[in-house]
Design a binder for this molecule. Structure first.
Ligand code: G3H
Ligand code: 13P
Ligand code: ZN
Length: 330
């Protein structure tokens, strides 16, 4: 049993309180490897932003949960070495069951998500309550979820959203004791968040997706005043990365993300945490594909992972400064 406090990590309670009061959102960036972690820390230290390092089930399979935890411990020391002791949360993303959440609490995670959103309402409450009871004994904060985000594999994205029902949030929060709540208002995971036929075109022919359901967000805010809300699936899918990927042999199609203006609006509301993974994947892939094409003689991974890390760092800094408003808030 290791406490995150011994590792220099923090839970999300204090930073969410400040984010709520200051009308900004904390970035939650997923990481699976060293370059992603370095880019996140470099960007957040330079921009003086608090940060949530997020570990998904895919990341645990790919990189090993223990190794990722030691990397996060290293991130705390790395940030100090770079000159700033920014608040760093190590968070389990989409924990599927009690056992996964418990194992993360036991090995030094400071925050966990229990994603019971695919269960019935009653089962979601029971499972989330069980995780909260365990996590709170160790002062680890817990994120729950109500409503289902459409999956990237779904054929017709819109039909598969189950928007959060505002009538349920107060009951869910009080019965479970969660510290934050992820809601479904039209975002989804991956790089294909909308079908082109759901979008309209502006004068320049750019596809504009339907707006997020801010009415649902506002209704939730009214029912749980002051309570931190979380937005998953919040990548913007920058089209310059898609263009570079496709220019150098990629085959991405119908990639549409959440416009930055919508995220800026959300960050000023009760949304205190915004999850971004896919944009980092795109930035890294674009840089690697471009460098492979331009430098066919390169075979040292540092040659192409270095520029990819640099591009990632730019992306993360941009999010903190221009989208979430977390820069300068560490
Ligand atoms: O929530 C989804 C994240 O983008 C993580 O995805 O499990 O493929 O790492 P992953
Ligand atoms: P994106 O796929 O939009 O980056 O969302 C990531 C996420 O919500 C991780 O939990
Ligand atoms: Zn998610």
């Amino acid at each position: 049993m290791v406490s995150y406090k011994e590792l220099g990590l923090v839970n999300s309670r204090e930073i969410f309180k400040k984010a709520f009061e200051g009308k900004y959102a904390i970035p939650a960036f997923n990481f699976n490897n060293m370059e992603q972690m370095q880019a996140i820390i470099q960007a957040c230290v330079e921009e003086n932003s608090p940060v949530i390092l997020q570990v998904s089930s895919g990341a645990r399979k790919y990189a090993n949960q223990t190794l990722l935890r030691y990397m996060a411990q290293g991130a705390v020391e790395y940030a100090k070495e770079l000159g700033k002791n920014i608040p760093i949360v190590l968070h389990l993303d989409h924990g599927a069951d009690f056992e996964i959440c418990k194992s993360c609490v036991d090995m030094g995670f400071s925050s966990v998500m229990i994603d019971g959103s695919h269960h019935s309402y009653a089962d979601n409450i029971a499972l989330t309550r069980k995780v909260v009871e365990y996590a709170h004994q160790h002062d680890v904060t817990v994120e729950g979820e109500l409503g289902v985000l459409a999956g990237i594999e779904d054929d017709v994205v819109a039909e598969h959203h189950t928007y959060t029902q505002p009538e349920e949030v107060e009951d869910f929060v009080s019965k479970t004791g969660v510290d934050s709540l992820a809601i479904s208002i039209g975002t989804s995971h991956g790089a294909n968040k909308f079908k082109p036929e759901q979008c309209t075109r502006n004068a320049d022919g750019i596809l504009i997706p339907p707006s997020l359901r801010f009415d649902i967000l506002e209704a939730c805010e009214k029912r749980i005043p002051g309570f931190p809300i979380v937005l998953h699936g919040a990548s913007s899918v920058p089209q310059q990365y898609v263009a570079t990927i496709n220019q150098y042999g990629g085959a991405l199609k119908d990639t549409i993300g959440i416009p930055e203006d919508e995220l800026r609006r959300a960050a000023k509301s009760a949304v205190c945490k915004i999850n971004i993974d896919s944009d980092g994947r795109l930035a890294m892939t674009a840089a690697i594909r471009e460098n492979f094409a331009i430098h066919p003689e390169w075979f040292d991974p540092r040659q192409y992972l270095g520029p990819a890390r640099e591009e990632l760092k730019k992306l993360y800094a941009h999010k903190c400064v221009h989208v979430l408003g977390s820069a300068g808030k560490a």
